[in-house]
Design a protein around this ligand. Structure first.
Ligand SMILES: NC(=O)c1ccc[n+]([C@@H]2O[C@H](COP(=O)([O-])OP(=O)(O)OC[C@H]3O[C@@H](n4cnc5c(N)ncnc54)[C@H](O)[C@@H]3O)[C@@H](O)[C@H]2O)c1
Length: 359
């Protein structure tokens, strides 16, 4: 008996790239495809965020290697995203340019000297990308992110709505999830309303502000138990109440806050000690910012953006769309929180002025 051979063709899912009614292909450029740039590219390909990914890196061997590797990702996942090399000038015409330039610390180099050196690289890259496309939006990931976003905004000559940085969003998501674990509330997820939101605002790094008073659970404000200026005496448990009959409310009280803070720092240290670099989280976050821009849905993201009052860029929430920042979102803070934010903003501005003078 002859056996008929069957050919099974596996069809990849080919997720549709985001299109906004226009036939123009969406192009995202990545400047610097080291660990972070490659992580951004990988996340963009997996989600088919763009039709074309333009890769730029001064290290041509690395650039070609990354293009081949990323093209494999695209084939394996059935992504619509094609990956190719681009010059700085070509990259400057893309819909979005993600800046993930990095450089090693030289031995004996101070942080400030390193920042100056990176800054001069960024200045030359921005210069060679100009003139930008009519709709180009710049997303800065390179650290120190608020300093570089502030400089890129000024150097690019683009409107403030078209320049942003990755800011404090990753820390904010991490902290919200740690608090969710502690309080046994479902973790945050883009599509899941029943989760904790805890914004971290201001200048990314040691002085960033955890806006505890604005914590929300499932889009409802959480109790601000223990916070000055809104202090309400916590109801003392009635003698008859048992843990099973009255579940504890989600209250980011001082103990929760301290423990959450500690746990986040511990996680970050553990990642840095264990891996040296932590590119995957920031890579997927930068891809999410790009997706929010191209999907044009007005999604609220926590990004580093130009703050006219302080003449510098730091993190606060904004709705993103195809033209960049379509709306800034104001958060009402407690007076003490506001004061902290003002102080760190002033510090950043002073640092930026010093850098300007030193150039
Ligand atoms: N915002 C965040 O939360 C966050 C987190 C991690 C890393 N970072 C930052 O991301 C950046 C990249 O980090 P990394 O670990 O990928 O560094 P990396 O050294 O692995 O890669 C940087 C790449 O930039 C390239 N490059 C340098 N000058 C260039 C130029 N003029 N044009 C094009 N490419 C150029 C280098 O050749 C290198 O491949 C750093 O600035 C780092 O501080 C930010």
């Amino acid at each position: 008996m002859s056996q008929q051979s069957k050919v099974i063709i596996l069809k990849p899912p080919h997720p549709e790239p985001i299109h906004n009614g226009s036939s123009k292909p969406h192009r995202i450029a990545i400047i610097g495809v080291g660990d972070v740039g490659a992580a951004v590219a990988n996340a963009l390909i997996l989600r088919s965020v763009a039709d074309e990914l333009l890769i730029n890196d001064t290290d041509s061997m690395l650039r070609e290697a990354q293009i081949c590797d990323l093209s494999d990702v695209s084939y394996v996942c059935g992504s619509r995203t094609r990956v190719q090399a681009a010059t700085h000038r070509e990259a400057g015409q893309a819909d979005i340019v993600v800046i993930t330039i990095g450089s090693r610390h030289f031995r004996g180099e101070t942080n400030m000297q390193h920042t100056f050196r990176k800054l001069s690289t960024i200045r030359s890259v921005i210069g060679s990308m100009k003139p930008f496309g009519k709709e180009t939006i710049l997303v800065v990931v390179a650290n120190p992110v608020d300093i570089f976003t502030s400089f890129v905004y000024k150097l690019s000559g683009l409107p403030a709505t078209r320049v942003m940085g990755s800011g404090t969003w990753l820390d904010s998501i991490r902290m919200s999830n740690v608090l969710a674990e502690k309080t046994k509330v479902s973790k945050s997820h883009a599509t899941e309303p029943n989760s904790i939101s805890l914004p971290i605002l201001g200048v990314s790094g040691k002085s960033q502000l955890v806006a505890w008073s604005t914590t929300s659970v499932g889009n409802m404000p959480a109790s601000t138990d223990g916070l000055e200026a809104r202090t309400q005496p916590s109801p003392s448990p009635s003698p008859s109440s048992s843990p099973s009959s009255t579940p504890p409310p989600v209250t980011p009280n001082p103990t929760d806050r301290e423990a959450t803070d500690k746990e986040c720092n511990y996680r970050k240290d553990r990642m840095l000690h264990g891996k040296g670099k932590i590119p995957l989280g920031i890579g997927s976050l930068a891809a999410r910012i790009c997706e929010s821009i191209l999907s044009d849905q007005g999604q609220v993201c926590l990004i580093s953006q130009y703050q006219p009052k302080w003449d510098c860029c730091f993190s606060s929430p904004a709705a993103l769309g195809r033209t960049g920042i379509v709306k800034t979102v104001e958060i009402s803070l407690l007076p003490a929180e506001w004061q902290d934010l003002e102080e760190t903003a002033k510090e950043l501005k002073e640092k930026l002025d010093l850098i300007h003078e030193g150039q």
